[in-house]
Design a protein around this ligand. Structure first.
Ligand SMILES: [Zn+2]
Length: 115
C-alpha cells in the first residue's frame, strides 16, 4: 500500500507537522506528511482522493469540481498548519482541478460569509 501524502502551500507555519493518529512526522521544508499504513487520517485522505479520481474518470471534460471538505482533509489542514488548529471547518469547500490524470490541485474555501 502506498502511504498518503498531503502537501500544502509553503509560507505557513514551518514547525514540523505531526499526525494526531499515527507516528508520521512531516517534512517542514516541503510541508508534506506521509502517514503510516492503517492510519485513519491517511485512509480517509486515500478515500477522498479516490473519490476525486473517480469523478474525473467519469467527467473527463470537467475543468474542476467543488465538494465539501472531507474530515481527514480538515485534520490534515490543521496538522500541517494551513489553518489554525481551532478553526471551525464546518461548511468549508474544496475546489479540485485535475492537471493531468493522477495530478490534482486543491483549493480550500471557508463558507460564504466567512470562516
Ligand atoms: Zn497519520
Amino acid at each position: 500500500m502506498v502511504a498518503n501524502t498531503t502537501k500544502v502551500a509553503a509560507g505557513r507555519d514551518r514547525r514540523p507537522p505531526k499526525c494526531p493518529d499515527c507516528t508520521a512526522r512531516g517534512d517542514s521544508a516541503t510541508l508534506t506528511l506521509t502517514h503510516d499504513d492503517g492510519c485513519p487520517v491517511g485512509r480517509g485522505q486515500d478515500e477522498t482522493s479516490a473519490g476525486d479520481r473517480e469523478f474525473f474518470e467519469t467527467h473527463p471534460n470537467a475543468p474542476h469540481m467543488v465538494r465539501p471538505l472531507g474530515w481527514a482533509e480538515g485534520i490534515a489542514l490543521k496538522t500541517l498548519g494551513a489553518v489554525p488548529p481551532h478553526t471551525d471547518l464546518t461548511g468549508w469547500r474544496v475546489m479540485v482541478r485535475q492537471l493531468a490524470p493522477g495530478v490534482r490541485t486543491r483549493r480550500y474555501f471557508p463558507p460564504r460569509g466567512g470562516a
